[in-house]
Design a protein around this ligand. Structure first.
Ligand code: E4P
Length: 218
């Protein structure tokens, strides 16, 4: 399973990259705004800066909602850097645009996916990634993880090549459960990823090993 970090914060991206387990980055307009990155020029430069830190795919989201504008914005984003994946919303014009990008060999991430039907459309259009938002489903008393399970089954039934990118990850157990269900990628905040390191027995065990070593070597 690949690990993407879901942020536009450069320090956090650098920290995740330094762990040696990072496979890519996802961003969205809200995450950009949170970092104070506004205006087209600054936003485009920020994508390039992120690509230069990480080795893998970097999702850059279009803000256009009609076909022609999604195409021209997406092509501009794709031309920024070879690691850019054009992130397109799950709307009719978005699906048409994904089909176009697929034919042009431009990688895509179909975002804002909340149902199995939407995930099937994304796969039929040839999206590289589909992003079911599991945390936001949980927020509305839906079972986000169950959507991952359903998509996995249907993609397997039809041998769809689209990769399941579990998004809107809120905590470490989302990551664990996505791995059990066979999600291809998770994207989450840094603390959901670093949470995987934690176990009190690891801390206690290490403390004991180090103190026993000291006893034997003083
Ligand atoms: C995915 O690509 C989105 O940027 C993201 O995972 C949304 O997460 P949120 O629901 O925590 O905003």
């Amino acid at each position: 399973m690949k690990f993407f970090i879901d942020t536009a914060n450069i320090e956090q991206i650098k920290e995740a990259q330094s762990l040696g387990i990072l496979d890519g980055v996802t961003t969205n307009p809200s995450l950009m705004a949170k970092e104070g990155i506004t205006g087209e020029k600054k936003i485009l430069k920020h994508y390039v800066d992120i690509c230069e830190i990480v080795d893998g795919d970097v999702s850059a989201e279009v803000i256009s909602t009609n076909y022609k504008e999604i195409i021209s914005e997406g092509e501009k984003l794709a031309n920024l850097h070879s690691q850019i994946v054009v992130k397109v919303p799950m709307i009719k014009d978005g699906i048409r645009a994904i089909k176009y990008f697929t034919e042009k060999n431009i990688k895509t991430n179909c975002t804002l996916v909340f149902s199995l039907g939407q995930a099937i459309l994304a796969a039929k259009a040839g999206a590289t990634y589909v992003s079911p938002f599991i945390g936001r489903l949980d927020d509305f008393s839906n079972d986000g993880l169950n959507l991952i399970k359903e998509i996995k089954k249907v993609y397997h039934n039809y041998n769809y090549k689209t990769l399941i990118l579990a998004a809107s990850i809120r905590h470490t157990m989302h990551i664990i459960n996505c791995s059990k269900l066979g999600a291809d990628v998770i994207t989450g905040p840094l603390n959901s990823i670093t949470g995987l390191f934690n176990h009190p027995q690891t801390d206690l065990g290490l403390e004991k090993f180090l103190s026993d070593y000291k006893k034997g070597n003083t």
